[in-house]
Design a protein around this ligand. Sequence first.
Ligand SMILES: [Zn+2]
Length: 68
Amino acid sequence: MNSTAPASTFETIRIGSRKAACDGGGGALGHPRVFLSLAAVAEVVCPYCSRTYVYDAALALSADGHEH
Ligand SMILES: [Zn+2]
């Protein structure tokens, strides 16, 4: 017997931050918001919805989120 996983539910999301906030996208697929640290790893999988968050340095460079 072969059980095929529904690969379409496993999204990969590229972010320009070392901290991902995931709430499952809200709606029926939503879950309580969790913060996933990308400080020490290149990618992290949300334990709730199995989305994969990938740190993308290019996005970090284009984001102008620094204020002093
Ligand atoms: Zn999630």
